[in-house]
Design a protein around this ligand. Structure first.
Ligand code: NZQ
Ligand code: ZN
Length: 391
């Protein structure tokens, strides 16, 4: 196991009706003037926004609002949010929505207290300071409710990049699984896929002897395997949604990733797809992961064989571990298809003729230097082959 530090101070409030505690939570973390940031309207239609506003008003906390965050959140709204917070002297940013809204809120929170352009953070500068952020989560997926990360799409060039720093870890996150019951099935499935990707990207490690985190990841993947079909069959299944929601947080606050190298090549390869085609990040991952896994399998075939046996119940072929490894990858893809996820470029709305452009932005765009360095090192030729495997 590698040396590590782990700092995860988010205060979680989990369960039914917990959004009623929003005002109390903002107070607890010192907010006196709030920006409520939200997306394209689902929180209005569900009545959640009204309940959050009431909770702030009951606690005597003034607020301003900024809606309109799109999935794959854009830089232009971040600039607007930064200006609004400065003008209104906001000292707390409250995200009400999914990963996109939370990420946009984190970007605003970091940008308000920074003299330069907030995009510097998405070019690699670490975020050291930000306004406090709180979240009321409406979809189990990105894990941004417990992560120190934010992913934003820059409109000029339509590429997506991430920024990081403990300063943007949410001070509190309110997780009411019932709020996810209004999700369309496709979004529920995309969220499940993203959660599983966060687990797989940590499972694919080059660090030896990491049994404790291996076993935690396996437990969470097995939970997803159990709960996903239940929630797809019955979207109102609160218990299944509760397990998925907490698994989504645990998958990405890095409790399963400490002390081990991690992959993230699938995420980087997918981010170019959701940036260019505006597809759901989870749907892009459903197409990307099997292609990446098949391509890099030879890098450590036993790791894929272990996943096949422990997660997908495959029988180990000791003479031909590559057969077991491939069986596990195919079982994973079949599972994703069974919950309604796409399996190739066409189903995602991606185009073969865009592959050179995707590869160029992926490997050379915005600070990259020709390779992706995860579980295996991938150059432009490798990435081209991987996109071609998705056709
Ligand atoms: O915008 P509204 O109207 O709210 O609709 C959203 C959106 O259309 C809808 N939705 C959310 N909750 C709902 C609901 N509809 C009905 N009922 C509800 N309860 O779902 C759609 C997707 O929302 P979004 O916030 O985009 O989903 P998600 O949480 O999957 O976030 C995706 C973004 O997170 C980034 C992705 O790249 C993508 O941009 N990621 C962020 C990470 C992080 N910060 O740590 C890590 C992830 O790997 C990921 O890259
Ligand atoms: Zn993700």
């Amino acid at each position: 196991m590698d040396n590590f530090t782990f700092y995860s101070p988010t205060y979680f409030v989990f369960g039914k009706d917990t959004e009623e505690k929003t005002g109390e939570c903002v107070k607890r973390f010192g907010g006196t003037k709030v920006l409520i940031h939200y997306g394209g309207g689902s929180v209005k239609r569900s009545g959640l926004l009204d309940r959050v506003e009431k909770s702030l008003s009951d606690a005597g906390i003034p607020y301003v609002m900024l809606g309109g965050v799109k999935p794959n959140p854009r830089s232009s709204l971040v600039y607007e949010g930064i200006d609004l917070c400065k003008k209104e002297q906001v000292d707390f940013v409250l995200a009400v929505g999914g990963g996109s809204t939370i990420d946009s809120s984190k970007a605003i929170a970091a940008g308000v207290v920074y003299d330069g352009d907030f995009w510097d953070f998405y070019m690699g500068k670490r975020i050291e300071k930000a306004l406090p952020v709180g979240t009321v989560l409406t979809i189990a997926a990105a894990g941004s409710e417990g992560s120190p990360d934010s992913v934003i799409t820059k409109e000029e060039g339509m590429f997506k990049r991430g920024a990081s720093g403990d300063a943007i870890r949410p001070k509190f996150s309110i997780l009411n699984p019932a709020l996810t019951q209004t999700l369309p099935p496709y979004q529920t499935a995309a969220g499940i896929t993203d959660i599983m990707a966060h687990l797989y990207e940590r499972y694919l490690t080059n660090t030896k002897d990491v049994e404790v985190t291996d076993r935690l990841i396996e437990a969470l993947l097995l939970t997803m395997r159990h709960e996903a079909p239940r929630v797809i069959a019955d979207p109102d299944n609160y218990e299944a949604r509760a397990n998925i929601m907490w698994a989504g947080m645990m998958a990405h606050n890095n409790s399963c990733g400490v002390g081990r190298s991690q992959d993230w090549n699938s995420h980087d390869i997918e981010h170019e797809l959701s940036a260019l085609y505006d597809c759901a990040h989870g749907a892009g991952l459903a197409v990307t992961m099997p292609a990446v896994f098949k391509y890099v399998m030879k890098h450590d075939v036993m790791r894929f064989a272990k996943a096949a046996v422990r997660i997908w119940g495959c029988e180990m072929d000791f003479d031909h571990p590559e057969v077991t490894a491939l069986e596990g990858i195919n079982a994973f893809q079949a599972f994703l298809v069974s919950i309604g996820m796409p399996k190739n470029f066409a189903e995602l709305g991606a185009k073969e003729e865009d592959i050179p452009k995707l590869v160029d932005v992926l490997c050379n765009g915005n600070g990259r230097k020709g390779t992706l360095n995860g579980f295996a090192t991938l150059d432009e030729k490798d990435c081209t082959e991987i996109y071609r495997l998705m056709l």
